[in-house]
Ligand binder design. Structure first.
Ligand code: SF4
Length: 390
């Protein structure tokens, strides 16, 4: 039993099965997720007999770190080995007053978005809950240690499920992981600070609203079905009108009163002023091209500069084009931001994850060669980050 797997209810159930009081689970859960303990012997306020049972039956097993890189801007990217030649990436993005961790939910991805490096890699497998949580567990406690944070101070204030994979296609593992992030005896993050990003798995958006509503981001990337079909193949199954209707149902339960729409800016593909006007009309609920009634959506739009990779055949929109596109949306009254690219120099920016994974055979060798340099850079960057005002 890897104790990174169960949420607190499941852990209580397991404690009962091994003849322990259920409330012991909360103590144990706090040791693991609030203090980062990996050794039962250090859990000094647990009865010795309980610790012995734990040592005989369970472990706290993190994911092996295959590599760690730090960008000039302080962004940290870890490559975790998940076995059988698969690896997933996790990215920490430090900003003034907050630290965001971008977590992967699958090794590879089956959705196959045209502009996404992970999508081009194909799908290997779903991660388990323990593998999802292990990314947060490792990053939080590694960063706390290196930043010299006091007991109770957190390195990670926000989590986004925007790494490799479509989280809503790994729903059974995702939801317990989200519950552990939100649990006051675990990571204690508010629902507003945990974001699930989806390419639009409509039925699972509804289920998430029922089971564990957190902030929602939708990868839209196109203002109409014809274009979205070609960029996000899942659109052929769940077209835009159904997606917007699901988002509106979700809003009734969501911790925020808007959905974030992600829009990757692709040169000459979806970045014309006409596309921006069509997007504005879509979310404002203007009649469709044939005069049909459409549902609008309370949203914020996040424009993402594309991070090119050779297999995509796509190019990044020029900065001026992105600014012009944003202006059209803003003039229509829509809150629009342009995402700052982070971690460009270590291929940690959006849609870039998987570059190293494709070259798995050499990953370990390259890591060994680079480890001293990388760790020096890591320590220097984290020390610099620690000096910045919180
Ligand atoms: S953008 Fe997300 S859903 Fe699309 S292929 Fe990439 S990881 Fe999968």
């Amino acid at each position: 039993m890897n104790l990174l797997q169960p949420d607190r209810d499941a852990l209580a159930e397991w404690c009962a099965q091994i003849g322990e009081q259920r409330f012991r689970a909360t103590q144990l859960f706090r040791w693991i997720h609030q203090k980062g303990a990996a050794d039962f012997a250090t859990m000094t306020d647990l009865a010795k007999s309980f610790r012995e049972k734990l040592a005989a039956r369970a472990e706290i097993r993190a994911l092996p770190v295959a590599s760690e890189q730090v960008a000039a801007d302080g962004t940290v990217k870890w490559l975790f080995d998940v076995g059988a030649g698969n690896a997933v990436e996790t990215v920490f993005i430090p900003e003034t007053g907050r630290g965001t961790l971008c977590i992967s939910s699958q090794a590879g991805c089956a959705v196959g978005c045209r502009f996404c490096s992970t999508g081009h890699q194909g799908f290997s497998r779903n991660l388990t809950t323990a593998e999802i949580v292990a990314q947060l567990w490792y990053a939080e406690f590694a960063l706390r240690k290196r930043l010299g944070l006091a007991d109770g101070e957190r390195a990670i204030t926000n989590v986004v499920m925007m790494g490799m994979g479509e989280p809503l296609q790994n729903y059974a593992a995702l939801v317990p992981a989200l519950r552990m992030m939100l649990d006051d005896h675990g990571y204690g993050l508010s629902r507003r600070r945990v974001t699930v990003s989806t390419s639009g798995v409509v039925p699972m958006i509804d289920r998430l609203g029922d089971d564990c509503p957190v902030a929602l981001a939708v990868s839209l990337h196109a203002p109409n079905d014809a274009l979205r079909d070609s960029l996000v193949p899942l659109n052929r199954k769940y077209p835009i009108a159904e997606l917007i209707a699901a988002c509106n149902r979700y809003l009734a339960r969501a911790p925020r009163d808007f959905i974030t729409l992600e829009y990757c800016m692709l040169d000459g593909v979806n970045d014309r002023d006409a596309d921006a006007r069509e997007l504005a009309a879509l979310v404002l609920g203007a009649p469709g091209p044939l005069g049909e009634r459409r549902q609008g959506l309370a949203c914020k739009i996040n424009l993402i500069p594309f991070n090119p990779f050779s297999e995509s055949g796509l190019k990044r929109s020029p900065d001026a084009r992105v600014a012009a596109f944003a202006r059209v949306l803003q003039d229509a009254g829509l809150v629009t931001t342009v995402r700052k690219t982070r971690g460009d120099d270590i291929a940690a920016a959006c849609g870039q994850l998987a570059g190293e994974v494709q070259d798995r055979t050499n990953a370990k060798t390259r890591v060994a060669e680079a480890s001293i340099r990388i760790h020096r850079r890591t320590d220097a960057a984290l020390a610099a980050a620690a000096e910045r005002p919180a």
